[in-house]
Ligand binder design. Structure first.
Ligand code: FAD
Ligand code: UDP
Length: 373
């Protein structure tokens, strides 16, 4: 059998490209994955208690892009959902991102009022201030507040997650969760926030349901590449692996997930509780909040950050910092030498901290610019 395209990896990047190539161009695609399922890291399934769980950690869909919302809406209905996160600070659970409600929950009312006034005066209401910026621009009481938030919300969480301090990473990493001068307790403010009504895996199944798409699971592409006839390739795995680590390993972070099901209706107040300061975990997510299911039982997932060791665990996060980007750029030069015969797409292949919507948007843009041209 001859294929127009071999797509390595059946996550967001691979599935969006497979769907577009089959539906829009009518070309034949073989999409394969080394795992025993489609969906990549967004894969979900019903556990033995009937609760929809995310095998590779909690995935909450949110986007500013109407284009991506409309595109994915062809393959799923949605359950509207606003994610809420509380962080344990000095034994109290306060809204994360840190906002004015967090301020009042932690400080005596008069002092909180004073801090609020200064925040409003310096930055204005509704403004999001990354912690590293707040620390640089603040003096007096605001300097105290900036250091307090840095110490109690960011420093130890970031050290657990990345084995690096906030200032040792690109500023965009901690900037994902900026101090928010607002009373809005939601984790995201994007205009589109929802969960696929029947889960991510079902959405991917719909995307790949096309006679021109064949799926091969539990197969590393390196085992079969010499036996398959194809014209062009999309690769969504780690870029350093593709080039046999010729410029050395690119560091990724991994996680160990521990699932626990309890005989009680609920465990915590909101979808996720962060533990910046205590324990070895970063956060606990209660899956039922994400799926909206009712059940007398509830399933939790705890995240234990780990070093990524090729062959032992999975790469989940590229580590955004300059020295890693320099090494990635060396690999990018190798990509250019392939003259477009292989398209590198996604979080691992482009070494970018993409959220789901960004991975999907990037795949659509690669389709438009490099596939369908
Ligand atoms: P992946 O999903 O990693 O897919 C790549 C696939 O390639 C994998 O299935 C892998 O098995 C396969 N592969 C690799 N090498 C080979 C090989 N040699 N042969 C065959 N197959 C191979 N995003 C959000 O928007 N909201 C969230 O709440 C959110 N939460 C997250 C929580 C965690 C813990 C993590 C790790 C990520 C989270 N994300 C979230 C990000 C989201 O997972 C990614 O944006 C998305 O999965 C990227 O898709 P991808 O296709 O690029 O990569
Ligand atoms: N972060 C933190 N404390 C928190 C929440 C986030 O220090 O309570 C930092 C941490 O470095 C984390 C980053 O902000 O890795 C981004 O957080 P996000 O929740 O976006 O991470 P993800 O869901 O992608 O793991």
């Amino acid at each position: 059998m001859k294929f127009d395209w071999l797509i390595v990896g059946a996550g967001y990047s691979g599935c969006v490209l497979a769907e577009r190539i089959a539906n829009q161009l009518g070309q034949r695609v073989l999409i394969l994955d080394q795992r025993d399922h489609i969906g990549g890291n967004a894969y979900d399934y019903y556990n033995e208690h009937g609760i929809l769980v995310h095998k590779y950690g909690p995935h909450i869909f949110h986007t500013k892009s109407k284009k991506i919302w409309d595109y994915l809406s062809q393959f799923t209905e949605w359950r509207h959902y606003f994610h809420h996160v509380l962080g344990v600070v000095e034994g109290k659970k306060v809204p994360i991102p840190f906002n004015l409600n967090s301020l009042y929950a932690l400080f005596p009312p008069r002092y909180a009022e004073k801090l609020e006034e200064q925040l409003l005066e310096h930055f204005g209401f509704g403004v999001k201030v990354p912690i590293l910026k707040l620390r640089e621009s603040a003096s007096g009481d605001l300097e105290f507040l900036a250091n307090y938030i840095y110490e109690n919300v960011f420093l130890r969480y970031t050290t657990k997650q990345w084995q690096l301090k906030p200032e040792e990473l690109d500023r965009g990493v901690t900037g994902r969760v900026p101090v928010y001068i607002s009373r809005d307790n939601r984790y995201f403010q994007d205009p589109y926030q929802a969960m696929p009504k029947y889960g991510y895996t079902e959405m991917f199944r719909q995307m790949l349901a096309h006679p021109n798409i064949k799926i091969l699971l539990q197969t590393d592409y390196r085992e079969v590449i010499n036996d398959i006839k194809f014209n062009r390739m999309v690769y969504t795995g780690p870029i350093d692996t593709f080039f046999d680590y010729m410029y050395g390993e690119l560091p990724y972070r991994s996680l160990r997930f521990q699932f626990d099901t309890l005989d009680q209706e609920h465990y915590q107040e909101v979808g996720t509780v962060n533990y910046p300061n205590e324990y070895d975990i970063t956060r606990i997510t209660e899956q039922k909040y994400l799926s909206g299911q009712t059940s007398p039982k509830t399933t939790l997932v705890m995240e234990y950050p780990q070093a990524y060791v090729p062959g032992k665990n999975d790469p989940y996060y590229p580590i955004p910092r300059e020295e890693n980007r320099d090494r990635y750029d060396l690999y990018l030069k190798e990509v250019e030498k392939l003259n477009g015969t292989v398209i590198f797409a996604g979080r691992l292949a482009e070494y970018k901290y993409y959220d789901m919507d960004q991975a999907a948007l990037r795949a659509l843009s690669l389709f438009e610019k490099e596939v369908a041209q």
